[in-house]
Design a protein around this ligand. Structure first.
Ligand code: CTP
Length: 406
Protein backbone atom coordinates (compact mmCIF):
# COMPACT_ATOMS: atom_id res chain seq x y z
CA UNK A 1 0.00 0.00 0.00
CA UNK A 2 1.34 3.35 -1.08
CA UNK A 3 0.76 5.23 2.19
CA UNK A 4 1.83 2.52 4.63
CA UNK A 5 3.26 4.08 7.78
CA UNK A 6 2.23 7.63 6.84
CA UNK A 7 0.33 9.76 9.29
CA UNK A 8 -1.84 12.37 7.61
CA UNK A 9 -3.62 15.25 9.27
CA UNK A 10 -6.71 15.83 7.12
CA UNK A 11 -8.09 19.33 7.64
CA UNK A 12 -11.61 20.23 6.53
CA UNK A 13 -12.79 23.80 6.05
CA UNK A 14 -16.27 25.01 5.12
CA UNK A 15 -17.55 24.05 1.69
CA UNK A 16 -19.91 21.66 -0.02
CA UNK A 17 -16.84 19.63 -1.12
CA UNK A 18 -16.74 18.34 2.49
CA UNK A 19 -18.83 15.45 1.19
CA UNK A 20 -15.83 14.33 -0.88
CA UNK A 21 -13.59 14.49 2.20
CA UNK A 22 -15.43 11.48 3.60
CA UNK A 23 -14.42 9.41 0.56
CA UNK A 24 -10.91 10.82 0.69
CA UNK A 25 -10.53 9.85 4.34
CA UNK A 26 -11.61 6.32 3.53
CA UNK A 27 -9.24 6.13 0.55
CA UNK A 28 -6.30 7.32 2.65
CA UNK A 29 -7.01 4.70 5.32
CA UNK A 30 -7.40 1.97 2.68
CA UNK A 31 -4.01 2.96 1.26
CA UNK A 32 -2.38 2.32 4.64
CA UNK A 33 -2.30 5.81 6.19
CA UNK A 34 -3.43 6.76 9.67
CA UNK A 35 -5.64 9.83 9.44
CA UNK A 36 -6.26 12.48 12.07
CA UNK A 37 -9.16 14.73 11.09
CA UNK A 38 -9.25 18.37 12.16
CA UNK A 39 -12.32 20.42 11.22
CA UNK A 40 -13.25 24.08 11.35
CA UNK A 41 -16.63 25.10 12.71
CA UNK A 42 -17.79 25.89 9.17
CA UNK A 43 -16.78 22.39 7.99
CA UNK A 44 -18.98 20.89 10.72
CA UNK A 45 -21.94 22.71 9.13
CA UNK A 46 -21.44 20.57 6.01
CA UNK A 47 -20.46 17.16 7.44
CA UNK A 48 -20.56 15.87 10.98
CA UNK A 49 -17.47 15.04 13.03
CA UNK A 50 -19.20 11.72 13.78
CA UNK A 51 -18.91 10.70 10.12
CA UNK A 52 -15.26 11.68 9.96
CA UNK A 53 -14.50 9.92 13.27
CA UNK A 54 -16.10 6.71 12.03
CA UNK A 55 -14.15 6.79 8.78
CA UNK A 56 -10.79 7.72 10.30
CA UNK A 57 -11.20 5.59 13.42
CA UNK A 58 -10.05 8.51 15.58
CA UNK A 59 -11.77 11.28 17.50
CA UNK A 60 -11.98 14.48 15.45
CA UNK A 61 -10.44 17.72 16.71
CA UNK A 62 -12.12 21.06 16.11
CA UNK A 63 -11.31 23.36 19.01
CA UNK A 64 -8.06 24.83 20.25
CA UNK A 65 -9.53 24.57 23.73
CA UNK A 66 -9.78 20.77 23.49
CA UNK A 67 -8.92 19.45 26.96
CA UNK A 68 -8.17 15.92 25.69
CA UNK A 69 -4.52 16.84 25.14
CA UNK A 70 -2.56 16.62 28.42
CA UNK A 71 -0.68 19.85 27.69
CA UNK A 72 -3.77 21.45 26.10
CA UNK A 73 -1.75 22.17 22.99
CA UNK A 74 -3.55 20.25 20.26
CA UNK A 75 -2.26 22.76 17.68
CA UNK A 76 1.34 21.74 18.48
CA UNK A 77 0.88 18.01 19.12
CA UNK A 78 -1.25 17.23 16.03
CA UNK A 79 1.09 18.95 13.59
CA UNK A 80 4.29 17.47 15.04
CA UNK A 81 3.10 13.89 14.47
CA UNK A 82 2.11 14.41 10.82
CA UNK A 83 3.99 13.28 7.71
CA UNK A 84 1.82 15.82 5.89
CA UNK A 85 -1.13 18.12 6.52
CA UNK A 86 -3.72 18.02 3.74
CA UNK A 87 -6.50 20.62 3.80
CA UNK A 88 -9.37 19.27 1.69
CA UNK A 89 -11.53 21.15 1.05
CA UNK A 90 -9.56 24.36 1.44
CA UNK A 91 -11.90 27.36 1.20
CA UNK A 92 -10.97 30.76 -0.26
CA UNK A 93 -11.33 32.19 3.22
CA UNK A 94 -8.96 29.64 4.72
CA UNK A 95 -6.31 30.37 2.05
CA UNK A 96 -6.60 34.09 2.82
CA UNK A 97 -6.15 33.28 6.48
CA UNK A 98 -3.04 31.20 5.85
CA UNK A 99 -1.53 33.96 3.73
CA UNK A 100 -1.81 36.37 6.65
CA UNK A 101 -0.69 33.90 9.30
CA UNK A 102 -3.95 34.31 11.17
CA UNK A 103 -4.57 31.71 13.85
CA UNK A 104 -7.97 32.11 15.45
CA UNK A 105 -9.08 28.47 15.27
CA UNK A 106 -7.41 25.11 15.76
CA UNK A 107 -6.76 24.34 12.09
CA UNK A 108 -5.20 27.68 11.16
CA UNK A 109 -3.27 27.69 14.44
CA UNK A 110 -1.89 24.23 13.68
CA UNK A 111 -0.88 25.27 10.13
CA UNK A 112 0.95 28.32 11.46
CA UNK A 113 2.68 26.27 14.15
CA UNK A 114 3.75 23.48 11.81
CA UNK A 115 7.51 22.92 11.47
CA UNK A 116 8.08 24.27 7.94
CA UNK A 117 11.07 22.07 7.19
CA UNK A 118 9.56 18.72 8.15
CA UNK A 119 5.77 18.87 7.83
CA UNK A 120 4.56 19.63 4.31
CA UNK A 121 1.25 21.41 3.81
CA UNK A 122 -0.96 20.49 0.84
CA UNK A 123 -4.07 22.43 -0.05
CA UNK A 124 -6.99 21.23 -2.17
CA UNK A 125 -8.93 24.39 -3.04
CA UNK A 126 -12.70 24.21 -3.44
CA UNK A 127 -14.85 27.18 -4.36
CA UNK A 128 -17.11 28.87 -6.88
CA UNK A 129 -15.45 29.69 -10.21
CA UNK A 130 -15.64 33.47 -9.69
CA UNK A 131 -14.02 33.12 -6.28
CA UNK A 132 -11.27 30.93 -7.74
CA UNK A 133 -10.59 33.29 -10.63
CA UNK A 134 -10.63 36.41 -8.43
CA UNK A 135 -7.27 38.22 -8.38
CA UNK A 136 -7.27 38.08 -4.58
CA UNK A 137 -7.50 34.27 -4.60
CA UNK A 138 -4.90 33.90 -7.35
CA UNK A 139 -2.59 36.27 -5.44
CA UNK A 140 -3.09 34.12 -2.34
CA UNK A 141 -2.32 30.94 -4.27
CA UNK A 142 0.96 32.45 -5.51
CA UNK A 143 1.86 33.64 -2.01
CA UNK A 144 1.05 30.28 -0.43
CA UNK A 145 3.29 28.55 -2.97
CA UNK A 146 6.05 31.06 -2.26
CA UNK A 147 5.61 30.27 1.44
CA UNK A 148 6.22 26.58 0.77
CA UNK A 149 2.70 25.13 0.57
CA UNK A 150 1.72 22.78 -2.24
CA UNK A 151 -1.46 24.14 -3.77
CA UNK A 152 -3.07 21.33 -5.77
CA UNK A 153 -5.09 22.05 -8.89
CA UNK A 154 -8.85 22.36 -9.10
CA UNK A 155 -11.36 20.44 -11.18
CA UNK A 156 -13.54 21.89 -13.89
CA UNK A 157 -17.24 21.29 -14.26
CA UNK A 158 -20.66 21.83 -12.81
CA UNK A 159 -20.61 23.50 -9.41
CA UNK A 160 -23.01 23.22 -6.48
CA UNK A 161 -24.17 26.79 -7.17
CA UNK A 162 -25.31 25.78 -10.66
CA UNK A 163 -22.48 27.55 -12.49
CA UNK A 164 -19.87 25.74 -14.56
CA UNK A 165 -16.13 26.35 -14.50
CA UNK A 166 -12.88 25.95 -12.54
CA UNK A 167 -12.87 25.64 -8.78
CA UNK A 168 -14.35 22.27 -7.89
CA UNK A 169 -12.27 20.26 -5.48
CA UNK A 170 -10.43 17.36 -7.12
CA UNK A 171 -12.09 13.98 -6.65
CA UNK A 172 -11.04 11.80 -3.71
CA UNK A 173 -9.01 9.39 -5.89
CA UNK A 174 -7.28 12.28 -7.67
CA UNK A 175 -6.29 13.74 -4.31
CA UNK A 176 -5.07 10.32 -3.21
CA UNK A 177 -2.87 10.09 -6.32
CA UNK A 178 -1.53 13.59 -5.69
CA UNK A 179 -0.59 12.71 -2.12
CA UNK A 180 1.02 9.40 -3.09
CA UNK A 181 3.02 11.18 -5.80
CA UNK A 182 4.03 13.87 -3.34
CA UNK A 183 5.83 11.30 -1.17
CA UNK A 184 7.79 9.63 -4.01
CA UNK A 185 11.49 10.47 -4.37
CA UNK A 186 12.01 12.76 -7.38
CA UNK A 187 14.64 10.50 -8.96
CA UNK A 188 13.73 11.51 -12.54
CA UNK A 189 13.37 15.27 -11.98
CA UNK A 190 14.32 17.14 -15.15
CA UNK A 191 13.78 14.13 -17.43
CA UNK A 192 11.30 13.91 -20.27
CA UNK A 193 10.11 10.33 -20.56
CA UNK A 194 8.37 8.85 -23.59
CA UNK A 195 6.54 5.54 -22.99
CA UNK A 196 4.72 3.25 -25.41
CA UNK A 197 2.08 0.91 -23.94
CA UNK A 198 -0.61 -1.56 -24.83
CA UNK A 199 -1.25 -3.58 -27.97
CA UNK A 200 -1.59 -2.27 -31.50
CA UNK A 201 -4.50 -3.07 -33.81
CA UNK A 202 -3.84 -3.76 -37.48
CA UNK A 203 -7.01 -3.47 -39.52
CA UNK A 204 -7.91 -6.15 -42.08
CA UNK A 205 -11.09 -4.36 -43.06
CA UNK A 206 -13.36 -1.79 -41.36
CA UNK A 207 -14.65 -4.32 -38.81
CA UNK A 208 -11.84 -6.82 -38.30
CA UNK A 209 -8.22 -6.66 -37.37
CA UNK A 210 -5.22 -8.33 -35.75
CA UNK A 211 -4.18 -7.46 -32.21
CA UNK A 212 -2.69 -9.15 -29.15
CA UNK A 213 -3.42 -9.75 -25.48
CA UNK A 214 -1.33 -6.91 -24.01
CA UNK A 215 -3.39 -5.02 -21.41
CA UNK A 216 -1.16 -1.94 -21.25
CA UNK A 217 -1.05 -2.19 -17.44
CA UNK A 218 2.75 -2.34 -17.21
CA UNK A 219 3.33 0.60 -19.56
CA UNK A 220 0.70 2.70 -17.77
CA UNK A 221 2.27 1.82 -14.40
CA UNK A 222 5.67 2.90 -15.73
CA UNK A 223 4.25 6.19 -17.00
CA UNK A 224 2.67 6.82 -13.60
CA UNK A 225 5.82 5.92 -11.65
CA UNK A 226 8.00 8.11 -13.91
CA UNK A 227 5.60 11.03 -13.44
CA UNK A 228 5.59 10.55 -9.68
CA UNK A 229 9.39 10.51 -9.81
CA UNK A 230 9.28 14.05 -11.19
CA UNK A 231 9.57 13.42 -14.95
CA UNK A 232 7.53 15.07 -17.68
CA UNK A 233 5.82 12.02 -19.22
CA UNK A 234 4.25 11.40 -22.62
CA UNK A 235 2.43 8.10 -23.00
CA UNK A 236 1.66 6.76 -26.48
CA UNK A 237 -1.04 4.16 -25.90
CA UNK A 238 -2.52 1.52 -28.15
CA UNK A 239 -6.22 0.63 -27.78
CA UNK A 240 -6.77 -0.03 -24.06
CA UNK A 241 -9.48 1.01 -21.63
CA UNK A 242 -7.18 2.14 -18.82
CA UNK A 243 -7.44 5.48 -17.01
CA UNK A 244 -4.71 8.00 -17.75
CA UNK A 245 -2.37 8.38 -14.78
CA UNK A 246 -2.61 11.86 -13.25
CA UNK A 247 -0.14 14.33 -14.72
CA UNK A 248 0.69 12.14 -17.73
CA UNK A 249 0.18 13.44 -21.30
CA UNK A 250 -1.56 10.63 -23.20
CA UNK A 251 -1.76 10.15 -26.94
CA UNK A 252 -4.02 7.36 -28.19
CA UNK A 253 -3.07 5.45 -31.31
CA UNK A 254 -4.44 2.36 -33.00
CA UNK A 255 -1.86 0.79 -35.31
CA UNK A 256 1.90 0.25 -35.12
CA UNK A 257 2.26 2.83 -37.87
CA UNK A 258 0.29 5.39 -35.83
CA UNK A 259 2.41 4.61 -32.78
CA UNK A 260 5.62 5.08 -34.78
CA UNK A 261 4.40 8.46 -36.10
CA UNK A 262 3.67 9.74 -32.57
CA UNK A 263 6.96 8.43 -31.21
CA UNK A 264 8.78 10.28 -33.99
CA UNK A 265 6.93 13.48 -33.05
CA UNK A 266 8.08 13.28 -29.43
CA UNK A 267 11.44 11.48 -29.43
CA UNK A 268 13.50 14.59 -30.14
CA UNK A 269 12.47 16.14 -26.81
CA UNK A 270 12.71 12.93 -24.76
CA UNK A 271 15.64 11.96 -22.56
CA UNK A 272 14.34 8.47 -21.78
CA UNK A 273 12.33 6.13 -24.05
CA UNK A 274 10.58 3.07 -22.60
CA UNK A 275 9.08 0.74 -25.21
CA UNK A 276 6.56 -1.28 -23.20
CA UNK A 277 4.04 -1.69 -26.03
CA UNK A 278 3.40 -5.05 -27.67
CA UNK A 279 3.72 -3.72 -31.20
CA UNK A 280 2.49 -5.91 -34.04
CA UNK A 281 5.43 -7.10 -36.09
CA UNK A 282 3.34 -7.21 -39.28
CA UNK A 283 0.29 -5.51 -40.75
CA UNK A 284 -1.99 -6.71 -43.55
CA UNK A 285 -0.43 -5.76 -46.88
CA UNK A 286 -3.72 -4.73 -48.46
CA UNK A 287 -6.41 -3.89 -45.89
CA UNK A 288 -9.81 -3.72 -47.50
CA UNK A 289 -11.81 -0.52 -47.18
CA UNK A 290 -14.97 -2.58 -47.31
CA UNK A 291 -15.90 -5.53 -45.14
CA UNK A 292 -14.50 -8.73 -46.63
CA UNK A 293 -17.54 -10.91 -47.39
CA UNK A 294 -17.86 -14.66 -47.49
CA UNK A 295 -18.38 -15.57 -51.10
CA UNK A 296 -20.25 -18.87 -51.46
CA UNK A 297 -18.01 -21.90 -51.38
CA UNK A 298 -14.83 -20.08 -52.41
CA UNK A 299 -11.79 -20.82 -50.19
CA UNK A 300 -10.96 -18.40 -47.31
CA UNK A 301 -9.04 -15.28 -48.33
CA UNK A 302 -5.26 -15.42 -48.31
CA UNK A 303 -3.75 -12.65 -46.22
CA UNK A 304 -0.47 -11.02 -47.17
CA UNK A 305 1.61 -9.08 -44.62
CA UNK A 306 4.27 -6.39 -44.58
CA UNK A 307 6.63 -5.75 -41.71
CA UNK A 308 6.05 -2.79 -39.37
CA UNK A 309 8.86 -0.46 -38.42
CA UNK A 310 10.66 -1.69 -35.32
CA UNK A 311 10.02 1.41 -33.21
CA UNK A 312 12.45 0.55 -30.44
CA UNK A 313 15.31 -0.39 -32.74
CA UNK A 314 14.75 2.73 -34.86
CA UNK A 315 14.75 5.05 -31.83
CA UNK A 316 17.84 3.31 -30.49
CA UNK A 317 19.60 4.03 -33.82
CA UNK A 318 18.72 7.74 -33.78
CA UNK A 319 21.64 10.18 -33.40
CA UNK A 320 20.55 11.37 -29.92
CA UNK A 321 20.27 7.82 -28.62
CA UNK A 322 23.68 6.95 -30.05
CA UNK A 323 25.20 10.04 -28.40
CA UNK A 324 23.70 8.99 -25.04
CA UNK A 325 21.20 11.88 -24.91
CA UNK A 326 18.22 9.49 -25.16
CA UNK A 327 18.32 6.42 -22.92
CA UNK A 328 16.35 3.53 -24.45
CA UNK A 329 14.67 0.72 -22.52
CA UNK A 330 13.12 -2.23 -24.34
CA UNK A 331 10.86 -5.05 -23.24
CA UNK A 332 10.89 -8.68 -24.25
CA UNK A 333 7.89 -10.90 -23.74
CA UNK A 334 9.16 -14.47 -24.11
CA UNK A 335 7.70 -17.89 -23.49
CA UNK A 336 10.94 -19.68 -22.48
CA UNK A 337 14.75 -19.27 -22.05
CA UNK A 338 14.20 -15.71 -20.80
CA UNK A 339 17.82 -14.82 -20.03
CA UNK A 340 19.18 -16.03 -23.38
CA UNK A 341 16.42 -14.40 -25.43
CA UNK A 342 16.54 -11.13 -23.48
CA UNK A 343 20.32 -10.91 -23.78
CA UNK A 344 20.18 -11.53 -27.52
CA UNK A 345 17.30 -9.08 -27.97
CA UNK A 346 19.14 -6.34 -26.08
CA UNK A 347 21.99 -6.61 -28.54
CA UNK A 348 19.78 -6.94 -31.58
CA UNK A 349 17.75 -3.85 -30.65
CA UNK A 350 20.87 -1.91 -29.66
CA UNK A 351 19.52 -0.71 -26.29
CA UNK A 352 21.38 -0.26 -22.99
CA UNK A 353 18.61 -1.88 -20.90
CA UNK A 354 16.18 -4.64 -21.77
CA UNK A 355 13.42 -5.85 -19.45
CA UNK A 356 12.48 -9.49 -19.93
CA UNK A 357 9.31 -11.18 -18.76
CA UNK A 358 7.36 -14.33 -19.49
CA UNK A 359 4.51 -13.20 -21.76
CA UNK A 360 1.83 -15.78 -20.95
CA UNK A 361 2.39 -15.14 -17.19
CA UNK A 362 1.83 -11.41 -17.45
CA UNK A 363 -0.70 -10.50 -20.15
CA UNK A 364 -3.76 -9.02 -18.43
CA UNK A 365 -2.46 -9.79 -14.93
CA UNK A 366 -1.89 -7.27 -12.15
CA UNK A 367 1.45 -8.73 -11.17
CA UNK A 368 4.56 -9.95 -12.92
CA UNK A 369 8.29 -10.66 -12.46
CA UNK A 370 11.05 -8.91 -14.41
CA UNK A 371 14.56 -9.72 -15.52
CA UNK A 372 16.68 -6.63 -16.21
CA UNK A 373 19.50 -7.19 -18.67
CA UNK A 374 22.18 -4.58 -19.30
CA UNK A 375 25.85 -4.57 -20.34
CA UNK A 376 26.88 -5.76 -16.87
CA UNK A 377 24.57 -8.78 -16.68
CA UNK A 378 21.13 -9.61 -15.37
CA UNK A 379 19.17 -8.57 -12.26
CA UNK A 380 15.85 -10.07 -11.18
CA UNK A 381 12.98 -8.07 -9.78
CA UNK A 382 10.89 -10.68 -7.98
CA UNK A 383 7.15 -11.16 -8.60
CA UNK A 384 5.13 -8.23 -7.36
CA UNK A 385 2.33 -5.92 -8.46
CA UNK A 386 2.95 -4.05 -11.70
CA UNK A 387 2.74 -0.86 -9.63
CA UNK A 388 5.69 -1.90 -7.44
CA UNK A 389 7.63 -3.34 -10.39
CA UNK A 390 7.21 -0.05 -12.26
CA UNK A 391 8.50 1.91 -9.27
CA UNK A 392 11.55 -0.39 -8.99
CA UNK A 393 12.18 -0.18 -12.73
CA UNK A 394 11.99 3.62 -12.64
CA UNK A 395 14.51 3.61 -9.76
CA UNK A 396 16.82 1.37 -11.84
CA UNK A 397 16.49 3.67 -14.85
CA UNK A 398 17.18 6.71 -12.65
CA UNK A 399 20.28 5.05 -11.24
CA UNK A 400 21.55 4.55 -14.82
CA UNK A 401 20.68 8.03 -16.11
CA UNK A 402 21.16 10.42 -13.17
CA UNK A 403 18.44 12.65 -11.82
CA UNK A 404 18.82 15.51 -14.31
CA UNK A 405 18.49 15.76 -18.06
CA UNK A 406 21.23 13.85 -19.82
N1 CTP B 1 8.99 -3.20 -30.52
C1 CTP B 1 8.82 -2.01 -31.18
N2 CTP B 1 8.36 -1.99 -32.46
C2 CTP B 1 8.06 -3.15 -33.10
C3 CTP B 1 8.22 -4.38 -32.42
C4 CTP B 1 8.68 -4.37 -31.15
O1 CTP B 1 9.07 -0.94 -30.60
N3 CTP B 1 7.60 -3.09 -34.34
C5 CTP B 1 9.53 -3.19 -29.16
C6 CTP B 1 8.57 -3.59 -28.08
O2 CTP B 1 7.88 -2.48 -27.57
C7 CTP B 1 9.50 -4.19 -27.04
C8 CTP B 1 10.61 -4.80 -27.87
O3 CTP B 1 10.56 -4.12 -29.12
O4 CTP B 1 10.10 -3.18 -26.24
C9 CTP B 1 10.55 -6.27 -28.06
O5 CTP B 1 9.49 -6.64 -28.84
P1 CTP B 1 9.30 -8.18 -29.30
O6 CTP B 1 8.09 -8.24 -30.13
O7 CTP B 1 9.38 -9.07 -28.13
O8 CTP B 1 10.60 -8.37 -30.16
P2 CTP B 1 10.77 -8.84 -31.61
O9 CTP B 1 11.88 -8.04 -32.18
O10 CTP B 1 9.49 -8.77 -32.34
O11 CTP B 1 11.27 -10.31 -31.45
P3 CTP B 1 10.46 -11.70 -31.44
O12 CTP B 1 9.00 -11.38 -31.74
O13 CTP B 1 11.11 -12.49 -32.48
O14 CTP B 1 10.65 -12.25 -30.08
Amino acid sequence: MDLNGKHIVLGLTGGIACYKAADLCRALVKEGATVQVVMTQAAAEFITPVTMQALSGRPVYHSQWDAREANNMAHINLGREADAILIAPCSADFMAKLVHGRADDLLSLMCLARPLATVPLLLAPAMNREMWAHPATQRNVAQLRADGATVLGVGNGEQACGETGDGRMLEALELLQELVAFFQPKALAGHRVLVTAGPTYEALDPVRGITNRSSGKMGFAIARAACEAGADVTLVAGPVGLATPRGVRRIDVVSADGMWREVQRHMEQATIFVAAAAVADWRPAAPSDQKIKKQGEIAPPTLGFVENTDILASVAQSPRARQGALYCVGFAAESHDLLAHATAKRQRKGVPLLVGNIGPDTFGQDDNALLLVDAHGATEIARNSKRVLAQRLVAEIAARTGSHSV
